[in-house]
Write a protein that binds this ligand. Structure first.
Ligand SMILES: Cc1cc2nc3c(=O)[nH]c(=O)nc-3n(C[C@H](O)[C@H](O)[C@H](O)COP(=O)(O)O)c2cc1C
Ligand SMILES: [Fe+2]
Ligand SMILES: [Fe+2]
Length: 411
């Protein structure tokens, strides 16, 4: 991987993590992910964000610095927008090379950095509006954006070039080759990164959507011409494109989203399973897209992305030991943890003697204050009858009609 120029005096360094890694120990990366770091060169040199500390990764950063004529020891300021180890892990290695640098960080970040790393260097705490003059016309201005994605987060802005370095905000999954900027990517590649942005958003940032909205409002007060995030492509041809996408994703937090229904189902012996196709047929008959995922076969990462962009959700599962079929209980619980709220929903499923799945579902929805609006459930003893299958088709239709009405207008 080579360093690349973002704009005059600002360079991107980067390391990709591969498909063998689970991001945050949970999220698969079938297409990898990029950790971006930025060098800003004035008379003094600053590095904004960094990379993780895994074996060999900091060294790739140092090699890229060399390519742009920066000696590791030239770095005067290390700007930590966000203390999470995917951006700060390299500091342990860096501290072994030099201690003649200052860490620039928010007050909350300082507290976290001290807890994660015993860095024996100078710290400078900054707040919104503070800045550093690097000389030669390059300045860095900081704006706190708490809870995108940790409480410590801020963004760094370089006014003369209009470059915003917002770390996790406006990020995407997906590894990046030698062409990191939107003007170097064709439309299908940009669409790929937009898909990866959805999964990144739903997996990592969704829970913090109100903070994302606040951060976007703050950023709008700056004359941003380039967005250079900590993950994913750099947006310099059309920075509004990723801002609009993030605004849309953040808006989905209220519930209404795309005119799509995500159908989540699990079954032991097929009784619940055979009741799913009529529901899907009913949904599709209304011209609404149904995205079907089986639990536990589909990874929760994909389920979250699908649920986040859907206005409607179907949950189909039988009763298992007086509760929900466990993989579906885990799915609904995870949707609650990630604040998938305000969806239109339908639950169906089979039981043998006592039932119990519905009561547990009600409990999870209530516990996470998910506020889903359910159509009347369809539960059946053993196999669903022909009448029940017909009823399910009609419920699918009804759900789709409601979804069409509630979905956000195409953005
Ligand atoms: C391990 C196991 C546990 C079950 N626990 C219950 C239960 O607590 N209450 C109940 O009403 N039925 C229970 N059942 C019966 C199932 O809900 C019933 O067989 C249902 O038709 C299974 O649906 P499926 O074919 O979609 O897996 C259990 C079945 C199995 C195999
Ligand atoms: Fe993060
Ligand atoms: Fe990150």
């Amino acid at each position: 991987m080579r360093a690349s120029e973002v704009t005059d005096g600002i360079f991107r360094l980067s390391a990709n993590i591969g498909s063998d890694i689970l991001f945050e120990g949970i999220w698969p990366l079938p297409h990898g992910a990029a950790m971006n770091s930025y060098i800003v060169k004035g008379r003094e040199v600053a590095i904004v964000d960094g990379v993780c500390g895994w074996d060999g990764v900091p060294e790739t950063l140092y090699a890229q610095m060399e390519q742009i004529g920066v000696d590791v020891k030239d770095i005067r300021y290390v700007i930590i927008n966000h203390t999470e180890p995917d951006h700060t892990g390299w500091l342990k290695s860096f501290q072994e090379i030099t201690r003649d640098f200052e860490v620039v960080i928010t007050q909350k970040g300082l507290d976290l950095a001290k807890a994660f790393y015993s860095l024996d260097v100078k710290f400078r705490t900054v707040a919104s509006g503070d800045g550093i003059d690097l000389g030669n016309g390059r300045k860095l201005v900081f704006e706190e954006t708490p809870n995108v994605h940790w409480p410590d987060t801020m963004v760094t802005f370089e006014p003369s070039t209009g470059t915003l370095m917002p770390c996790d905000a406006f990020g995407t999954f997906g590894a990046i080759g030698e062409a990191p900027c939107d003007d170097q990517l064709d439309e299908s590649q940009l669409r790929f990164f937009e898909m990866e942005a959805l999964r990144y958003y739903a997996n990592i940032v969704a829970r913090f959507s109100p903070s994302v909205i606040r951060a976007i409002e703050k950023v709008k007060g700056l004359d941003v011409r380039i967005i250079a995030p900590g993950h994913g492509p750099i947006w310099r041809k059309d920075p509004r494109r990723i801002v609009r996408l993030y605004e849309r994703f953040a808006a989905f937090a209220k519930g209404p989203a795309e005119p799509i229904v995500t159908v989540l189902w699990g079954t032991m012996y097929g009784n619940t399973g055979q009741a799913v196709p009529p529901v899907v047929d009913g949904i599709v008959s209304e011209g609404v897209e149904a995205v079907v995922h089986q639990a536990p076969q589909t990874h929760i990462s994909d389920i979250l992305a699908s649920a986040w962009k859907s206005t409607g959700i179907v949950l189909a599962m039988p009763t298992y030991e007086y509760k929900m079929f466990p993989p579906m209980a885990m799915v609904v619980d995870e949707l609650g943890r990630k604040s998938v709220k305000g969806k239109l929903a339908l639950r169906l499923g089979s039981f043998g003697w006592s039932g119990g799945a519905q009561a547990e579902l009600d409990e999870i929805i209530e516990r996470h204050k998910m506020g889903w609006r359910f159509l009347e459930q369809v539960e059946f003893k053993g196999a669903a009858s022909a009448e029940q299958l017909e009823l399910l088709y009609l419920r699918g239709k009804e759900l789709a009609r409601q979804v069409k009405e509630a979905a956000l207008p195409v953005g």
